[in-house]
Design a protein around this ligand. Structure first.
Ligand code: VTB
Length: 331
């Protein structure tokens, strides 16, 4: 094998969805048990096991953290069977560990993959200010503008009134002012306790009931969101956010620009990207894992940046067969 960059030409997302299904199946068994660490570990183990069989030479750019704290899916870990294509990987085996532990809406298992060297590495930057919209808002909203101007512009583009719009916001004290501004403008609000990946992507899904996401959330989640919104044709803008002087100093020392507005092409600098997510608990974006006498059902989203194809995949799993295959998480 030469070192020449082999680009991922096939639709990797169709294979990656098996990894998010595995993570969701493992996590869903632990729904409502009040233990988010246990649920996360189960999802990580299951996703990691399936990832080993995916034909790619991947490096985890966004993972569970540094090697010493994360036994698997740590930043820098090599993933896949080592064959080309060479890829960057962002994983969040559960976005919404607390939602899972409490059995609340909107937890998903998610992965994004792009051509090697194209994924933004957030390094020490934990948070970013975010603005996400679906295709009808692309080119219309601007994170630098006041909230009411963005809402007015989006309402006009969607041919509705501002009162008809629903904004998704993480329910955090830091958003008090933002929430007041959205209310002042007259829009409806869906406050979520976690899970801004699903919240942002839902803005681009027809009939999801949400139109725009505002607020400060995790930077890793932002990069993952970008892979999806690139495929869906929505827009996502971000600005890195430091919580204190120490974080600011560290980010600047490492060369990050805290003033810059980052767009979809800054977070993932190629169209050659892939996204897969599976619902753990039912939410605005996806149905959660459900159990019947006939087996287990999952619902997943599968996307490819270059083609812009978005697939919604309902899968039916047969635990009695999978158990014989030593598959992880299919109890
Ligand atoms: C969000 C959300 C995550 O973190 O990015 C959020 O998507 C941001 O951080 O599900 P805080 O919780 O510190 O506000 C999560 O809630 C958890 O990782």
């Amino acid at each position: 094998m030469s070192d020449e960059l082999v680009r991922p030409e096939r639709n990797l997302a169709l294979e990656l969805v098996r990894t998010t299904e595995a993570a969701a199946l493992a996590a869903a068994r632990l729904m409502g048990r009040g233990d988010k660490i246990e649920a996360d570990q189960a999802a990580v183990d299951a996703m990691r096991a399936v990832l080993d069989g995916v034909e790619m030479d991947g490096i985890v750019v966004i993972g569970e953290g540094e090697k010493d704290e994360a036994p698997m899916l740590y930043n820098g870990e090599r993933i896949g069977n080592g064959e080309p294509p060479m890829t960057d990987i962002a994983v969040d085996p559960i976005d919404g560990t607390t939602l899972t532990a409490k059995g609340q809406a909107g937890a998903i298992a998610v992965i994004a993959v792009s051509e090697r060297g194209t994924m933004f590495n957030p390094g020490p930057c934990v948070y970013m200010e975010k603005l996400a919209v679906g295709p009808s808002g692309a080119g219309i909203v601007d994170i630098r503008l006041p909230v009411d101007r963005n809402l007015t512009a989006l309402a006009k583009a969607k041919r509705v009134s501002v009162e008809d719009l629903t904004a998704v916001v993480l329910d955090r004290p830091r958003h008090e002012e933002l929430i007041a501004q959205i209310r002042g403008a007259g829009a409806r609000i869906r406050l979520i306790s976690d899970g801004d990946v699903a919240g942002a992507i839902a803005t681009a899904m027809p009939n999801s009931g949400v139109d725009i996401l505002f607020g400060i959330g995790g930077t890793p989640e932002g990069v993952i969101t970008a892979a999806a919104l690139k495929s869906m044709g929505g827009d996502f803008q971000g600005r890195l956010y430091a919580r204190n002087d120490e974080e600011r100093g560290q980010a600047i020392a490492e060369g990050y620009d805290l003033e810059a507005i980052m767009g979809l092409d800054d977070m993932i600098t190629t169209e050659n990207c892939f996204f897969a997510a599976t619902g753990i608990t039912t939410g605005d974006l996806l149905k959660g894992v459900t159990y019947t006498a006939d087996g287990i059902s999952t619902q997943s989203l599968v996307m490819r940046g270059r083609s812009g194809t978005v697939r919604l995949i309902d899968a039916h799993h047969r635990p009695e067969k999978l158990r014989n295959m030593d598959a992880v998480g299919y109890e």
